[in-house]
Design a protein around this ligand. Structure first.
Ligand SMILES: Cc1ncc(COP(=O)(O)O)c(C=O)c1O
Length: 392
């Protein structure tokens, strides 16, 4: 397997984790599209049973394309080990099931990804795992929430849709010495912009669906950290079964080849769009951690290399007016994801929270006029012109 810690980020993105000369001599890692791996003879079966060989056995337990993608991601994150899943949610739920047991208590921040919160509040409780939700960035509340049976703390940074930033150093200061595991969903940051493991975070999780794959064409999730923590999660995956399929693993590898290039462009586009929208007379507020007006700008500047390409803004519009604005866009597609080459725009109130009563949604901070723009790699000028013509 190719890889060297000393390589630059782009060299790792292109080469790390892959086999230099695979058995076909193909420059690309093959898509090993199979559900099972056959035995040549009885000797091979005996060796596997005796633990004398390491080989692939059955697709749910892992496959070569997955392994290459995992190795590449581990190099990019600077992690000892990585395990891939069929989606970000599969990575999150399997990790929590693997690390928790009945009687445990966890702490999670209130603006974590909606489905993660739902899993903690509605599903884990059925297994007698208690969950305390604390306000994002309220470090005192986090400290006060600790109980003798607190097993882990789960958070995100930046968060969706307000791009709040967790102070990782402070976080580690609160939980590390108490022996509480820290899991951080770093989807919005990516290993290009932020390396939580270097701060002492125990496990990093990404929805690889987003920036890592980068082309809005697959679902995947990844868990990264020390082998002693990742290995039990990998074992649990073999039971829960949310394995990434070979084709998606290949597309992820392919997407990662240009990760360094894409992130440079996305960081730049995010900054240009945020700065320009902040000056727009029809936009009342812009949330982007790279802007000095963002409440966590200083923390973001200290712990992030760039600020990504998600820009959230407020219009003094009601829901219908926002939808009319979206319908006038000609380049930016309307859709609920981020991190891909195509710009996507979403109106959280009607697209992600359509099933939540208005009062409840407003209490969660999801206002009628709130818009989340995931800027792509198009020319920033064209994205801005598209918004301008739609804001009539
Ligand atoms: C921060 C974050 N974490 C996790 C997920 C879940 O990832 P997936 O959609 O790949 O299951 C998402 C999805 O939007 C997300 O935004």
């Amino acid at each position: 397997m190719k890889g060297d810690e000393r390589w630059g980020f782009s060299t790792k993105a292109v080469h790390a984790g892959e086999i230099r000369y695979n058995e076909y001599g193909s420059v690309t890692t093959p898509i090993v599209q199979t559900s099972t791996f056959i035995f040549k003879n009885i000797e091979e079966i005996k060796k596997l049973a005796a633990g004398a060989v390491e080989r692939f056995e059955y697709g749910r337990y892992g496959h070569p394309t997955q392994l290459a993608a995992e190795n590449k991601l581990a190099y990019l994150e600077g992690a000892e080990d990585a395990v891939l899943f069929s989606s970000g949610m599969s990575a999150i739920t399997t990790s929590l099931f693997a690390l928790l047991k009945s009687g445990d208590h966890i702490i999670i921040t209130d603006d974590a990804y909606r489905r993660t919160l739902e899993f903690c509040k509605k599903c884990l409780i059925r297994f007698d795992i208690e969950c305390t939700v604390v306000k994002m960035c309220d470090y005192e509340a986090m400290e006060q929430a600790v109980k003798p049976n607190t097993r882990l703390f789960f958070s995100e940074s930046p968060t969706n849709p307000y791009l709040n930033i967790m102070d990782l150093e402070r976080l580690v200061g609160i939980f590390k010495d108490r022996g509480i595991l820290i899991l951080s969903d770093s989807t919005f940051a990516t290993p290009y912009n932020q390396k939580p493991l270097e701060y002492g975070v125990d496990i990093v999780i990404h929805s690889a669906t987003k920036y890592l794959a980068g082309h809005n064409d697959l679902l995947s999730g990844v868990v990264l950290g020390r082998s002693e923590l990742v290995e039990p999660i990998r074992e649990y995956l073999k039971i829960t079964g949310g394995v990434i399929d070979p084709n998606s693993a290949y597309l992820l590898i392919r997407g990662l080849k240009t990760f360094d290039l894409r992130m440079k462009r996305l960081n730049e586009n995010g900054r240009i769009v945020a700065e320009r929208l902040e000056k727009h007379p029809k936009i009342s507020k812009v949330y982007y951690p790279g802007l000095p007006s963002h409440p966590h700008h200083d923390v973001a500047k200290a712990q992030m290399k760039g600020f990504g390409a998600v820009v959230t803004f407020e219009l003094d519009y009601d829901c219908d007016q926002v939808l009319e604005f979206l319908s006038r866009l000609k380049i930016i597609n309307i859709g609920p994801s981020l991190g891909g080459v195509e710009s996507l725009i979403t109106h959280p109130a009607t697209i992600s929270y359509y099933d939540v009563p208005r009062e409840e949604r407003l209490a969660l901070g999801i206002k009628d006029g709130l818009v989340r723009l995931a800027v792509g790699i198009e020319d920033a000028g064209d994205i801005l012109a598209d918004i301008e013509q739609a804001l009539v």
